[in-house]
Ligand binder design. Sequence first.
Ligand SMILES: CC(C)(COP(=O)(O)OP(=O)(O)OC[C@H]1O[C@@H](n2cnc3c(N)ncnc32)[C@H](O)[C@@H]1OP(=O)(O)O)[C@@H](O)C(=O)NCCC(=O)NCCS
Length: 148
Amino acid sequence: MDKYLRASPVDAERIAQAEAETTPHAWGPVMYASSLESGHDTVWLCQQQGQLQGAAVLMQVLDEAHLQNFFIHVRHQGQGLASLLLAHVMQQAKANAASQMFLEVRCSNLRAQALYRKHGFQDYAVRKAYYRLPDGSREDAVLMKAML
Ligand SMILES: CC(C)(COP(=O)(O)OP(=O)(O)OC[C@H]1O[C@@H](n2cnc3c(N)ncnc32)[C@H](O)[C@@H]1OP(=O)(O)O)[C@@H](O)C(=O)NCCC(=O)NCCS
């Protein structure tokens, strides 16, 4: 990985493209553009030689940081990049005076839950039927938080 970069609105299209190649639950380019233009979110990218490997969307309100979205491109998974990117965003939030980080994850997404637990996140609630699935059914969200 070259380094972590802060995305700007011009990156919205390529982040959305990379996430769409990775998961059916991807944000679209309009959502990334509005996140990046809002001034409330920071989108961290990891990339190598200009190739986008993953992204993390972070919002902070007072001392609470919220991880709004997170992915590693499907071609780059299983190499420890998610751990590195998550550690980076947690450290950035702490440096920015956040004391806790919150997130929501699909209850079926055991892989992401394992990642978050490895980094000190604990479950604190379940939000019933929070996510809508393509077939019209619903899936619960697991709410997790970590002290920074
Ligand atoms: C979840 C995701 C971010 C993991 O990315 P990754 O780069 O493959 O993860 P890493 O290689 O850094 O692994 C870090 C930890 O994640 C967990 N993990 C990763 N792959 C796993 C797997 N196949 N099964 C179980 N746990 C897994 C483990 O805790 C792992 O630590 P370990 O290697 O010490 O066991 C990636 O699969 C992804 O982007 N998925 C699609 C989008 C998504 O689900 N985002 C989260 C939304 S809340």
